[in-house]
Design a protein around this ligand. Structure first.
Ligand code: E4P
Length: 217
């Protein structure tokens, strides 16, 4: 499963990229706002840090305007994936852009039927939002299972990019279902490394090693 970082914080992206575990980045208008930076400038910097797909979202709501914004965004770098909302205009834009060879991430997906539409529109990625589903009392992970089954039934190449991830269990369940990508805030990626027994075990090994008086090499 690929790991994307869900942030426009370039310091955090740089730090995580050093682990070698970052396969891409997702941004959205809220994350750009949180960064306090110009969308073009910050997105260009992200594309210089990470080789994999970097999602940059259009904010227009009509097909023609989405295409105009996509032209601006895709000039930033070769690894840009244009993010469009799951609307009629968004999917028209998706079809056109993927036909031209541009990666497209269809966002704000909340039903398996919407994911089916995005697959038919040739999306490179579909972004089902699990956390926001959980927030209103639905099982976000059930949506991922349904999309996996439908895409497998018809051999859709669209990658399932699990979004709105809030905690490590979302990541674990996504991997068990066979989602292609999990996009996570930096703090969730860092939580994946942690276990108290790893820490206490390492502390004990190092304390015993100290007593041997040895060094390696
Ligand atoms: C990423 O592509 C999404 O925009 C993001 O994961 C949404 O997360 P949120 O529900 O925490 O805002």
């Amino acid at each position: 499963m690929k790991f994307f970082v869900d942030t426009a914080d370039t310091d955090a992206i740089r730090e995580l990229a050093e682990t070698g575990l970052v396969d891409g980045v997702t941004t959205n208008p809220s994350l750009i706002n949180k960064s306090g930076r110009d969308i073009i400038e910050v997105t260009r910097e992200i594309c210089e840090i990470v080789d994999g797909p970097v999602s940059a979202e259009v904010v227009a709501t009509t097909h023609d305007e989405m295409m105009r914004e996509a032209e601006v965004l895709r000039k930033i770098a070769d690894n840009i994936a244009i993010k469009v909302p799951l609307t009629i205009d968004g999917l028209k834009t998706c079809k056109k852009l993927t036909g031209d060879g541009t990666m497209v991430n269809v966002t704000l997906c909340f039903t398996a039927n919407q994911a089916l539409l995005a697959g038919k529109a040739g999306a490179s990625f579909i972004s089902p939002f699990v956390g926001r589903h959980d927030d209103i009392g639905y099982d976000g992970m059930n949506l991922i299972s349904e999309i996996r089954m439908i895409y497998d039934n018809y051999d859709f190449p669209t990658e399932i990019l699990v979004a709105s991830i809030r905690h490590p269990i979302h990541v674990l369940e996504s991997a068990k279902i066979g989602a292609d990508v999990a996009t996570m805030p930096p703090e969730v990626i860092l939580k994946l490394f942690n276990h108290p027994l790893t820490k206490s075990g390492l502390d004990a090994f190092l304390a015993d090693w100290e007593k041997t008086g040895q060094t390696i090499g």
